[in-house]
Design a protein around this ligand. Structure first.
Ligand code: AHR
Length: 827
């Protein structure tokens, strides 16, 4: 039945002749649950007009990513008392649980909460304006929803808001491929850049860092140099969506009269319960491991082999050959060990490769029949980064070091807060002897040995002179968790996001966080965790200064309670540590607003912002930080990247990021740190693109975006120097595509001029450094340039002559240039 209700009109002043004071407002969502809250309006309750073409004003945030987030049967209610709005919807078709959010104006919505149907009454606003449930035909489709009277001005406001969002979307969608039309006939632009060296402000010295997360096989099979896959026989079908993953994955028996099985009695350690049982009726067969897409070997290089082994009762054991074989089965390296102990015993051997091999295998071949128990079978190149045992792959680690990052964030991202509370990254399980570490299901769909754990992370930071920035869950798992949490039941329990560690377990969780700080900084003899660090080989503290709590979480009551508890505990025990809070996954919206409000209220010193955006967003939001309140928390832009359709990394994304980073440098007094994400991706094992660096077993392939990061990282400053830019063409579209930032490196005294040109024409710049008389004529220029779709461009450095403190420079079309100007020593 369609409505034709008679509801008393609300009095309001009609400002435009022939427009109604009040109309019918209909609120609804798609019947399939796939949309957010939409509106239609009607002058008479019979014919309905969609508001802003079905724009969705609030979406449910409950459940895993994307279409799993459903909104069914939203009921919109207005409070008579304060005019505020509240929307309650069911989370699934079954309707066992509800979601709820409030808004003062129907445009901005507050935090969401989720609860069982039985608690509905608690969430209703007091004194509700009457509304009626029913149907309305909107655009030819019959919809179910709620109808009430509203001033026509409310409809206008809704429309204006959606139009503004659509306008912003059009800006975001601007691409360089449209430049032929956008800039048809554009002549080269002239720019006069005056650098006012007397006007400088201090900026963060930690602006460019990196964020290492085990995504895309970044750790096992990537930065972690271990060459044996599933060395601990702990792979399992629960690790991900992979077909055939089990404890024997990557292992096979070659030859006859032998079997491989998995056992769990008397393991090396309870955290590592499975091991291989290799049963050999007569010598000949070998147990073979394929590595991660094969084991890559370099001629003449040494490889450290080790394993834990014992013989079963009734077997006497004997010699076992350890061999590396190339694709044709030819032996490339060989060593012999002896396995005869009845108890677990660690054996070691060194193998030297006699050839380069792209994809070798490791073969273990007992020389005596019997039953052998094997675990923690490991092979490392001797040549790890800085030569550490259990170290990092040298070429990849060096590529990271070359960025000159001032900090390293770890371990996530989503890996930090995990898929459901039982998957939260427990740092204690990632330290200590390798055989005692707790492997963890990686929420990106694979297995983490955590051989690259907190100790190796802190050591890497120290090696490259970067501050560690560990990020720990705020007692809640990933807001997109798809797994059941261990404490909640029913529909709510089957979404980890709602979980949150039960409050009765939070005390222990908070202690774990405090223990991490002690592990990093505590006295090697007087503290429990400092001692453990010393036992691992590092008596000196790691000098931890920052700790992130939470990762783009939904800011709910569940979150607030836990975050506050952790924050207060850290602040009380370690006031010197800078705690970094979290403000959601976007540059605006509910979590952003609520996160900022909470952090400001609590006095959190810094917050972690995330946004993956189109290049167009970066062009049109260069003033994003200009208006930030300097009295509020500082900003760590912890995850960002320019995303184009198809997700390439090319000149277009790299230059958009460079342009945006010039504005971040300008705001380096409020933005303290930034890190592009994700950092690493192994070819053919990638869950997320784009990434900063791709690699396979033998090659490292930095993207164009890598060079942007490197040019900023290697040319950071401690002071931002004011400059003015005058252009011969003052069109907005032109002006917004030229970026300038000048910083001074206090240590060297160098002035560093960064010039970004996103135009298809050259910009002939004249750079004038005011008040500097002693310029050294020999500067260094580094240029990254190419056509927008170019994925292979690299930065090129050369000497650049600057004649005095005023010099010309032609910024090539589509380019980013850094000019590093040294100052002469005064005579
Ligand atoms: O960087 C990849 C992922 O993006 C991170 O794990 C997560 O925090 C974000 O959603």
């Amino acid at each position: 039945m369609l409505w034709a209700l008679s509801v008393p009109m609300q009095a309001s002043v009609n400002e435009v002749a022939n427009e109604p004071d009040s109309v019918f407002l209909f609120s609804y969502a798609d019947r399939e649950g796939n949309s957010g809250l939409k509106f239609a309006w009607s002058p008479d309750g019979k014919s309905w007009f969609s508001v802003a073409d079905g724009y969705e004003y609030v979406k449910s945030d409950f459940g895993p990513w994307g279409r799993a987030k459903k909104m069914f049967r939203p009921q919109l209610m207005q409070s008579r008392t304060d005019g505020g709005w509240c929307c309650i919807w069911t989370l699934s078709e079954k309707g066992e649980a509800l979601g709820c959010a409030s808004s003062a104006d129907l445009l901005k919505w507050g935090r969401q909460s989720y609860f069982p149907v039985s608690e509905r009454g608690k969430h209703l606003p007091a004194d509700i304006v009457p509304a009626t449930e029913g149907k309305a035909v909107i655009g030819g489709r019959e919809e179910y929803g709620w109808m009430q009277r509203a001033p026509y001005a409310t409809i206008e406001q809704l429309i204006r808001y959606a139009e503004h969002k659509k306008f912003r979307q059009i800006q975001n969608d601007e691409r360089m491929e449209q430049d032929v039309v956008r800039f048809a006939g554009l002549k080269p632009v002239e720019a006069t850049i005056r650098v006012q060296t007397s006007q400088a402000k201090p900026i963060s010295e930690h602006l460019i860092g990196i964020f290492f997360e085990d995504i895309n096989y970044s750790a096992d099979g990537g930065l972690y140099a271990e060459l044996v896959q599933n060395r601990d026989f702990e792979y399992s079908s629960r690790d991900g969506s992979h077909q055939g993953w089990d404890n024997g994955y990557a292992w096979s028996v070659q030859g006859d009269n032998a079997t491989l099985s998995i056992a769990t009695d008397r393991p090396i350690h309870a955290n590592n319960p499975h091991y291989a049982v290799f049963d050999l009726k007569q010598p000949g067969a070998a147990l073979q491991n394929d590595g991660f897409d094969g084991i890559s070997l370099k001629k003449g290089e040494k490889y450290d082999f080790s394993f834990f082994a014992r013989v079963a009762d009734g077997s006497k054991g004997g010699k076992m050959s350890v061999r590396l074989l190339d694709q044709e089965g030819r032996e490339v390296a060989q060593a012999m060990v002896n396995v005869s102990s009845k108890e677990w015993k660690k054996q070691k051997a060194v193998l030297t490769a006699n050839a380069d091999v792209r994809a070798a295998v490791l073969a273990l071949q007992p020389q005596v029949a019997g039953t052998y128990h094997l675990d923690m079978v490991s092979l490392f190149p001797r040549n790890t980064f800085r030569g550490h045992e259990n170290g990092l792959r040298a070429d990849l680690a060096q590529t990271l070091a070359d960025l000159k990052p001032r900090f390293v964030r770890f371990p996530g991202g989503c890996v930090a807060h995990g898929d459901g509370v039982d998957n939260i990254y427990d740092w204690k399980g990632s330290i200590g002897p390798l055989e005692a570490r707790k492997p963890l299901r990686n929420l990106w769909g694979y297995h983490q040995t955590r051989g690259l754990g907190y100790f190796e992370y802190f050591r890497f930071c120290e090696d490259i002179g970067a501050e560690p920035v560990p990020v720990l869950a705020a007692g809640v798992p990933c807001q997109n968790s798809g797994t059941c949490s261990h404490h909640a039941t029913g529909e709510l329990g089957c979404n980890g996001q709602q979980g949150g560690i039960p409050m009765e377990e939070m005390g222990a969780y908070v202690q774990d966080i405090l223990d991490l700080i002690e592990y990093a900084n505590g006295d090697a003899r007087k503290t429990v965790w400092g001692k453990k660090r010393a036992e691992a080989g590092h008596p000196k503290p790691f000098n931890l200064k920052y700790i992130g709590i939470g990762n783009e979480d939904l800011i709910t009551d569940v979150f607030e309670e836990r975050f506050t508890m952790i924050y207060r505990a850290v602040k009380e025990k370690y006031p010197e540590i800078t705690v970094i809070g979290t403000v959601g996954p976007f540059y605006e919206g509910t979590d952003y607003d609520e996160g900022w409000e909470l952090a400001t209220r609590l006095g959190v010193p810094m917050v972690d912002e995330h946004y993956y955006v189109a290049p167009g967003w970066m062009i049109h939001n260069q003033d994003y930080y200009d208006g930030y309140d300097r009295t509020k928390p500082k900003v760590y832009l912890g995850e960002y990247a320019a995303h184009l359709p198809g997700r390439p990394s090319n000149i277009e994304t790299a230059l958009a990021e460079a342009l945006y980073l010039t504005t971040v440098e300008r705001n380096g007094d409020v933005v303290s740190m930034t890190s592009y994400a994700p950092l690493l991706a192994k070819e053919n094992h990638t869950q997320w693109t784009p990434d900063l660096i791709y690699f396979n077993n033998t090659e490292v392939k930095p993207t164009v975006d890598y060079y942007t990061q490197q040019m900023f990282g290697q040319n950071a400053g401690s002071e931002y120097v004011a400059s003015t830019v005058s252009l011969s063409n003052t069109q907005d579209a032109v002006r917004k595509r030229i970026g300038v930032s000048v910083v001074k490196d206090e240590i060297t005294g160098d002035y560093i001029v960064k010039l970004v040109n996103l135009l298809p024409v050259e910009v002939a710049a004249k750079v004038k450094l005011d008040d500097v008389a002693l310029v050294n004529p020999s500067a260094v220029k580094t240029v990254l340039a190419g056509n927008p779709k170019d994925k292979e461009a690299k930065s090129v450095s050369s000497v650049f002559e600057v004649a005095g403190n005023e010099f010309p420079y032609a910024m090539p079309a589509y380019s980013f240039t850094v000019i590093r100007i040294h100052q002469n020593e005064p005579q």
